[in-house]
Structure formats: structure tokens, C-alpha cells
Design a protein around this ligand. Structure first.
Ligand SMILES: Nc1ncnc2c1ncn2[C@@H]1O[C@H](COP(=O)(O)OP(=O)(O)OP(=O)(O)O)[C@@H](O)[C@H]1O
Ligand SMILES: [Mg+2]
Length: 292
């Protein structure tokens, strides 16, 4: 789980959107590693308490956890967004492509190849779909935009049909697609997504997850996915982490986690017999989780 040895700096030899041909020897080396990361907000509120995890290049990694566990905080720490919320990494380190990015500013991190799709599908509501995408490409030169836009419209035909429409009038699912499209404009090697399924109808969620799978498969984009919908996340992911109260409590291949009785009970809503339980039943069921 040790981070990769420093190579040439990120950005110097960056292929568009990461490389679809991932060298099998490198496929298991982490592109991103968090080592005992602590995060505090407002100088006193300790939220991440020594969180360690790593993401192998070319993979899809899911980060699961209940409300308030610190999932969004983890993504903000990676993207350099904590200072905007009076938060900071107070201990530990974050390395990307073998290089320390713990205190790197958000704009540099995007330039280096990490794009975050924030929770709540943030789009510029008063701008058109097209203008929103162009805004996402600010790190690239103008000459590169046309190809990028074409590519994004191929992945999201719904956006192509609505390219001149004001983003604020798009449906929730279309706004989520736009938020992902905008992140893609920066040619990320690593894309982090914070609850892309939140509040969307099942069919749209399916569509968005299938596109996330294709981005990983066809463009070689490494994905770090935060999801409340553990079933979907474990379906699409190669590896998964479960966090509680600011720490990782369990990790493993996604298929292994999906078969873990505690994960089934607390995240997939299944009892050991395989029957569905209601949330209320789970809440009143006092057996301790085995990982605690
Ligand atoms: N800007 C902030 N200032 C102070 N405390 C914060 C701030 N942001 C988050 N927190 C606290 O940090 C803890 C973790 O929040 P975070 O948003 O990272 O959790 P989460 O796992 O993403 O939860 P959810 O599933 O509800 O999105 C919570 O207790 C929250 O109240
Ligand atoms: Mg969150």
C-alpha cells in the first residue's frame, strides 16, 4: 500500500484523460494515497482521525460510510477545498502520483489531474450547458476545446440536445451529467465523485453509473466514488473502503465486501438470511458490527 516512487511531476507527461493503456505493472500502484490524515474544521472540530486509503491507477474505488462519517471531507481534503470551509489537514499526508499534495491549492490540483464532482450537482445555473462545459476547460488551451466538447457530447447525448439551454432548467439527472462533463473538460487522471446518485430516479442513476463505468474503461480515468447507495457502488467498483467516524474500518475487493455480513446488514439492508430489513429494524438491532 506504499505510494509510488516519485516519477516525473504530474502534468509533464500527461496523456489526455489519463491513459487508456494502463501498464499492467502499474495498475496496482496507487495513484493516490492518504496516510493517517487528520482534518480539523474551525481549528477545533476533528473530523478525519487518521484516515489511510489508497487508489490504484485505472481502478474504480468506492468509499462508503453513514451520514457524517467524513466522506465529503475526505474528498475535499484530496481536492484542496478544505480552506474554503475553514478546514485543514492537521496531520498525515496525501500523495498523488508519488508527490505530496497535502497543502497544494485547489487550482493546482485540478491542473495536476484531479477533478472533483461535488455533492449536489453544482452547475452555473445562469449559464448554458455549453458555457458550463467551457468553464470546466479553463485549465486547457482554447484549441483543445472543440474535441473535448465533442467527446463529452458523445458520452452525454442528452447534453448535446440541450447545449444552448440554461443549466438551471435542466433536470436533476441532466445537471449531474453536466457536472461530470464539466469535470471531464479538465482531462482528469483521477475523478472523484460525491454521491452522484443522490435524489435521482433509478433509471437515471443507472445511466449515470454506466457512463462512469465507460469513462473508466474507455478513457482510463481512475475513479474515487463516494456513495450512499452501497449496492450500486459495490457493483461498479473494483475495491471499496468503509469509513466510520473519520477512519477506515474495513476495506477489500468490492465483491468481497458485498459478501461481508456486516456490509450486507448495515449498508445493503440485508439480514444474514438474505431478506430485506427496514432501516428501523436495523436501527433497533443492537448486535455490534464485527469490525468494531
Ligand atoms: N465546514 C464544516 N465545518 C464544521 N464541521 C463540518 C464542516 N463540514 C463538515 N463538518 C462536520 O464533519 C463531519 C463529517 O462531515 P462530512 O460532510 O464529511 O460527512 P459525510 O460522510 O460526507 O456525510 P453525508 O453522508 O451526510 O454527506 C460531520 O460531523 C459534519 O458536521
Ligand atoms: Mg457528504
Amino acid at each position: 500500500m506504499s505510494p509510488t516512487a516519485p516519477r516525473t511531476g504530474p502534468g509533464t507527461s500527461r496523456a489526455p484523460y489519463g491513459s487508456a493503456e494502463v501498464d499492467p505493472r502499474q495498475a496496482t500502484e496507487p495513484i493516490l494515497a492518504l496516510n493517517n490524515v487528520e482534518v480539523i474544521y474551525d481549528e477545533v472540530i476533528l473530523v478525519l482521525r487518521g484516515l489511510s486509503m489508497s487508489v490504484a491507477e485505472g481502478r474504480i474505488v468506492a468509499l462508503l460510510g453513514s451520514n457524517g462519517a467524513g466522506k465529503s471531507t475526505t474528498l475535499k481534503a484530496i481536492s484542496g477545498l478544505l480552506p474554503t470551509e475553514d478546514g485543514e489537514v492537521s496531520d498525515g499526508s496525501i500523495t498523488y502520483q508519488g508527490r505530496d499534495i497535502t497543502h497544494t491549492d485547489a487550482a493546482t490540483i485540478v491542473r495536476d489531474g484531479i477533478s472533483q464532482v461535488m455533492e449536489g450537482r453544482r452547475v452555473f445555473e445562469h449559464l448554458s450547458v455549453h458555457e458550463n462545459l467551457l468553464a470546466g476547460g479553463y485549465t486547457r488551451s482554447h484549441g483543445e476545446h472543440a474535441d473535448d466538447l465533442d467527446r463529452i457530447y458523445t458520452y452525454f447525448p442528452r447534453l448535446a440536445d440541450r447545449r444552448s439551454q440554461t443549466a438551471g432548467y435542466l433536470s436533476g439527472g441532466e445537471q449531474q451529467m453536466l457536472a461530470i462533463g464539466r469535470a471531464l473538460m479538465a482531462h482528469p487522471r483521477l475523478m472523484t465523485l460525491d454521491e452522484p446518485s443522490l435524489g435521482l430516479a433509478p433509471l437515471l442513476v443507472e445511466e449515470i453509473f454506466s457512463i462512469i463505468g465507460r469513462l473508466n474503461d474507455e478513457l482510463g480515468t481512475t475513479i474515487l466514488l463516494v456513495e450512499q447507495n452501497a449496492r450500486l457502488a459495490l457493483d461498479i467498483a473494483d475495491h471499496a473502503y468503509v469509513m466510520e467516524s473519520g477512519r477506515i474500518v474495513l476495506d477489500g475487493p468490492a465483491a468481497e465486501l458485498a459478501a461481508n455480513p456486516d456490509v450486507q446488514e448495515f449498508y445493503l439492508g440485508l439480514t444474514e438470511e438474505g431478506a430485506r430489513r427496514s432501516y428501523r429494524d436495523v436501527k433497533h438491532y443492537k448486535r455490534r458490527k464485527r469490525w468494531l
